[in-house]
Design a protein around this ligand. Structure first.
Ligand code: UTP
Length: 224
């Protein structure tokens, strides 16, 4: 299969050390033996911190987004370094470049592309662009819940959800730089129009990414 793996910056940089990068490099190397992989890396805490400095300067949301994008590319570069020779040594800035770099047979790793969405949208557009079979989105939650599981004991996780239902659930979310919640609306639109099979898993355990290839785990977003 051709698989796009999206890894939240908050997963890779939780502790600000090399460990998660190395753990992910190991798993990705194994998955790469059987599948063709593209990776999209998010911004996490450093992106939000840099964005907040720029926002305090009174600059626009697009400029804030642009700073977020720069951080996602640094994070992508760190994962590329952890993967050493199996990864293409440059970070594509758009989808055409991603496709070109992948022709070398190396794993392509990218961050953000342009303002007004998060790396969730990048991973779904990339999946559409390269005609991927599956997107695995490694986030800091187990999946999509009907209410906040940190606040409600009876919160239930959806094993499957349609893009329309998901859009309804996230429609109250904020659309500001650094605050695209669970999954951004642009991503949901792309998943819907191309029916891209997308699985949301808890990326704190990188093994969940491998599990998502062959077994039900987390929340699957798919048209019915
Ligand atoms: P992320 O996709 O990482 O957003 O990009 P996030 O919601 O903070 O996700 P985690 O924490 O990594 O899981 C960081 C910020 O960079 C900008 C947005 O402002 C986003 O919130 N960005 C990123 C863009 O504007 N365009 C992109 O293509 C990617």
């Amino acid at each position: 299969m051709r698989i796009v793996i999206a890894i939240g910056g908050s997963i890779l940089l939780k502790e600000y050390d090399n460990k998660k990068f190395e753990e992910y490099a190991k798993i990705i190397n194994e998955i790469n033996k059987e599948h063709e992989i593209f990776i999209v890396v998010g911004g996490g805490r450093p992106a939000r911190e840099y964005i907040s400095v720029v926002r305090d300067m009174g600059l626009s949301e697009s400029i804030c987004d642009d700073i977020g994008i720069q951080v996602t590319r640094i994070n992508a570069k760190l994962l590329q370094l952890a993967l050493r020779d199996v990864a293409y040594p440059a970070i594509p800035e758009n989808f055409q470049e991603a496709l070109e770099y992948s022709a070398t047979g190396k794993i392509v790793i990218m961050g953000g592309t342009e303002p007004a969405h998060s790396t969730d949208a990048v991973s779904s557009i990339l999946a559409e662009y390269v005609d991927a079979d599956l997107v695995i989105n490694a986030t800091s939650v187990d999946g999509l819940y009907d209410k906040d599981p940190n606040k409600f004991d009876d919160a239930q996780m959806f094993s499957q959800v349609t893009p329309d239902k998901l859009l309804e659930i996230v429609s109250t979310n904020d659309n500001k730089a650094g605050t695209y919640e669970f999954i951004d609306k642009t991503a949901i639109g792309i998943i819907k129009r191309s029916n891209i099979k997308t699985v949301i898993v808890n990326g704190n355990n990188p093994e969940n990414v491998r599990t998502a290839i062959s077994k039900p785990i987390g929340t699957l977003i798919v048209n019915q």
